[in-house]
Design a protein around this ligand. Structure first.
Ligand SMILES: [Zn+2]
Length: 315
C-alpha cells in the first residue's frame, strides 16, 4: 500500500533475484488507488483507468525510467535548519529548487491536459465517440492515443507527485517525541489546502512569476526526503548520508513506516492527498470551462471525462 509501489519491487528484485516474484504490487500498490478512488466523482470504468493499482494513469510515474526521476515523486527537497543540524549539506534554497521542479512537472502536465481535452468534443461541443471510447484500455506511453486517454495520462502523471508530496513531506505530520534531528525532522502539522500547489493558477503564469510566489510561500522547515533517484540537477545521491532521508526519516508510504508510527501521521498524509486530488480535479474542470466557453464545449469535455459512455450520456 505504498505511494511508490515500484520502489519496493525494485529492492526485492535486487535482493531476491532467484526467488519467486514478491507480492510487492498486491501488498504495496493500493494507496494511490484508494486515494484516487475516494477523491474523484467519476464513473467506474474511467475511474479504474485513472486509479488502478498497477495499470492506472495515477501510477504511471512509478513505472520505468520515471521511477528514478525525483521531481516526479517530490523527492530530495530535504533540509534541516541550523538550530537542528549544523552544516546541513543542503541549503533551504536547494531544497526549494527541488520542490519547484516537482511543482513544475505538474504544471506542465496540467497545460498538456487542457490542450488534449480539445479533442474530446467537436467544434460545436458534441462528444466525439471515437475519441472518448475506453472499450480497449489506454496505454500510458506518452504517445498520442484517443483524446480521453491523452487527458487521463497527463492528469495522472501530473497528480501523482502531488499525492506523493503528502506522503513524502513533513507538511502535515508531526515529529516523534524526543530530539529533532536527521532521523526525526520537525513536522509542520499543517491542515487545509497547500497554498503553493495552486497548479491551475501557475499554468496561466510565467515560470519566473509563479516560482517567485512559491519561494515566498514555502515554510522554512518544509522538507521531503532524500532518495537515491535523480534530482533536478541530474545528481543521484548514492546513500543520502548526513541528510534527512525518504526511507528512514520522512516517508508515510505505508502505515508501517517509521514516520507513520507517530500519532495520526499516516492518515493525515492520506487525507491530505485525497483532498489534494479533489482540488486538482475541480481546478482542472474550472479551467476547461474557462478555456473552452463556446457552445459549452468545456462543460461537454468534463461530461466526457467523468462518464464511461459519454457519447450517449452527454447529448
Ligand atoms: Zn511516486
Amino acid at each position: 500500500m505504498a505511494f511508490r509501489p515500484m520502489r519496493l519491487a525494485a529492492v526485492f528484485v535486487v535482493a531476491l533475484v532467484a526467488a519467486p516474484a514478491p507480492p510487492a504490487q498486491a501488498f504495496t500498490g493500493g494507496n494511490h488507488e484508494s486515494i484516487t478512488r475516494a477523491a474523484l466523482p467519476w464513473e467506474s470504468g474511467t475511474l479504474s483507468a485513472m486509479a488502478d493499482d498497477r495499470d492506472g494513469a495515477i501510477n504511471a510515474n512509478d513505472h520505468g525510467g520515471y521511477f528514478l526521476a525525483g521531481p516526479l515523486h517530490c523527492d530530495n527537497a530535504d533540509y534541516l535548519a541550523p538550530r537542528y543540524a549544523q552544516d546541513y549539506p543542503r541549503s533551504r534554497d536547494e531544497a526549494t529548487t527541488e520542490l519547484l521542479a516537482c511543482i513544475r512537472s505538474s504544471v506542465a502536465r496540467f497545460r498538456n491536459a487542457v490542450q488534449a481535452a480539445d479533442g474530446l468534443v467537436d467544434a460545436h461541443g458534441k462528444v466525439r465517440a471515437e475519441e472518448t471510447d475506453l472499450s480497449s484500455p489506454c496505454v500510458w506511453n506518452e504517445s498520442s492515443d484517443r483524446a480521453k486517454c491523452d487527458v487521463l495520462e497527463q492528469l495522472g502523471r501530473g497528480w501523482h507527485q502531488l499525492q506523493d508530496f503528502h506522503a513524502h513531506s513533513n507538511w502535515s505530520d508531526r515529529a516523534a517525541p524526543g530530539p529533532v534531528g536527521l532521523d526525526n525532522p520537525p513536522g509542520l502539522a499543517r491542515t487545509g489546502a497547500v497554498p503553493f500547489l495552486d497548479i491551475r493558477r501557475y499554468s496561466t503564469m510565467e515560470d519566473g512569476e509563479w516560482t517567485r510566489e512559491v519561494r515566498a510561500l514555502v515554510p522554512a522547515d518544509l522538507a521531503t526526503g532524500c532518495y537515491s533517484d535523480f534530482d533536478s540537477t541530474g545528481v543521484k545521491s548514492a546513500d543520502c548520508a548526513g541528510r534527512v532521508t525518504h526511507n528512514r526519516a520522512l516517508n508515510k508510504d505505508t502505515a508501517a513506516s517509521a514516520r507513520s508510527k507517530t500519532g495520526d501521521n499516516f492518515s493525515r498524509a492520506v487525507s491530505g492527498a485525497t483532498a489534494e486530488t479533489t482540488r486538482q480535479w475541480n481546478d482542472f474542470a474550472a479551467e476547461l470551462r474557462r478555456a473552452y466557453p463556446d457552445d459549452r464545449r468545456g462543460e461537454q469535455m468534463i461530461c466526457a471525462l467523468v462518464h464511461d459512455e459519454p457519447a450517449s450520456s452527454c447529448p
